[in-house]
Design a protein around this ligand. Structure first.
Ligand SMILES: C[S@@+](CC[C@H](N)C(=O)[O-])C[C@H]1O[C@@H](n2cnc3c(N)ncnc32)[C@H](O)[C@@H]1O
Length: 389
């Protein structure tokens, strides 16, 4: 049964993408706090806006392809009041939600009621926070559902799983689901997981250079969606030379900029603030990679990661910037090799470039990619007499 439009307010997902970052940041931080503190934060932001944030999150986390179009009423309770939405699978399996002006007027196939704070904690809290202690589920036709398994169960299970199991999918699964090439031709996701799994549930700020889709402004964003869904508490930014800002949504902001232009990079950092993870998957030209590293590395937090993908282009004539001659401008591989010397700067005589030496504590090389780990590198060198002995 469909609720007549007069009883509800259409609430397209695109509008929900414009949630102010401060409110979202506050809510994500609060999701790791105690339940009564979180309820105060919901008061502060306003339960209607919090409901919108929850629904936008469910919108991109819930895959309803192949599901029957059951009407699911989601009633979120906060301080005795109900904030309701009607959810169903759209024509191509996307999660569609309509805010209910009068939740009691709807006659859905199933009604799920749960405390708003508990849902927020489940969606945005650290690993192990998800709970359904306040949840009740009422099927409209109890006789029909008794003792049988109905297709509608699968629809509702998927919606509720997206609340209860935010960390269920691994990076490889998310990569394939969103269509990024970081798994397939490249085998990058295994390396990302080995470094990022331990920090997956932190409220991180992530920036990726290169949104994908090249000249088409409507295409791309695959890896950004993968990061958004992998890091459930993160704010993800993407930057591309082509204007792909229309791909922005909740927890995923696309900026326009050229990674070879320091002024563009400075503007990007003004927008993002300090970063925890930076990934360079942009033009793959050596000079651009070096310019971006110099401009962005200072904005990386201590303990953060700077990843450069597709280093194989350093060996390809088509990516050499001086008429195919790599000897005339340093490649990305030439550059990252200097960082290895920098790791041992305390012991290396005659080393000139010391900009980042004391701030890089680890370098992890894999096939075609490097992970640069920011952190204090202040080991004392051996005394001079040992070196000269
Ligand atoms: C390999 S694709 C990115 C793929 C995406 N990161 C993924 O994994 O799904 C490279 C992108 O970099 C963008 N790009 C090329 N040159 C750039 C530059 N100078 N600055 C910023 N982006 C650039 C291209 O427009 C293209 O969309």
């Amino acid at each position: 049964m469909t609720v007549p439009l007069t009883e509800c307010e259409r609430h397209p997902m695109t509008q929900l993408g414009s949630t102010p970052r401060a409110a979202l940041d506050r809510m994500i931080a609060g999701a790791g706090a105690g339940r009564s503190q979180l309820a105060d934060i919901v008061d502060e932001i306003g339960p209607v806006q919090v409901t919108d944030i929850v629904i936008a999150e469910l919108g991109h986390r819930t895959e309803l392809r192949g599901c029957v179009p059951a009407d699911t009423s989601l009633l979120f309770e906060h301080r005795g009041k109900i904030f309701g939405v009607l959810a169903r699978a759209g024509a191509t399996g996307e999660f569609e939600a309509t805010r209910l002006a009068d939740p009691t007027a709807a006659d859905p196939d199933v009604t799920v009621e749960q405390s708003l704070s508990e849902v927020v904690a489940s969606l945005f809290g650290p690993r192990g926070t998800a709970a359904a202690a306040t949840r009740s589920i009422k099927w409209r036709d109890t006789d029909a559902v008794f003792g049988v398994s109905l297709p509608i169960f699968e629809t509702v299970r998927r919606i509720l799983d997206s609340i209860d199991r935010p960390y269920a999918l691994g990076l490889g699964e998310l990569c394939v689901a969103h269509g990024s090439d970081k798994w397939g031709l490249h085998q990058y996701t295994q390396h990302y997981e080995s470094h990022f799994e331990a920090i997956r549930d932190r409220p991180l700020t992530v920036l990726e250079i290169g949104v994908g889709g090249y000249s088409d402004p409507r295409r791309g964003g695959e890896s950004l969606r993968m990061w958004r869904d992998y890091f459930c508490r993160a704010t993800v930014f993407g930057v591309d030379i082509v204007d792909k800002t229309a791909l922005s949504g909740q927890r995923m902001t696309v900026l326009r900029g050229d990674q070879s232009v320091p002024a563009d990079l400075a503007e990007i950092v003004r927008t993002t603030g300090l970063l925890d993870i930076i990934i360079d998957d942009g033009s793959h030209l050596g000079s651009h990679i070096i310019t971006s590293f110099r401009a962005l590395f200072p904005a990386l937090r201590d303990g953060g990661w700077y990843v450069i993908e597709d280093l194989q282009t350093s060996y390809w004539p088509s990516f050499a910037e001086h008429s195919g001659d790599h000897t005339k401008s340093p490649t990305a591989i030439d550059f990252v090799k200097t960082l290895i010397d920098g790791l041992n700067y305390a012991e290396a005589d005659n080393r000139t470039d010391r900009d980042t030496d004391a701030q890089i504590k680890g370098l992890h090389f894999y096939h075609n990619m490097v992970f640069i780990e920011k952190g204090a590198n202040r080991g004392a060198g051996a005394p001079q007499w040992v070196r000269n002995a």
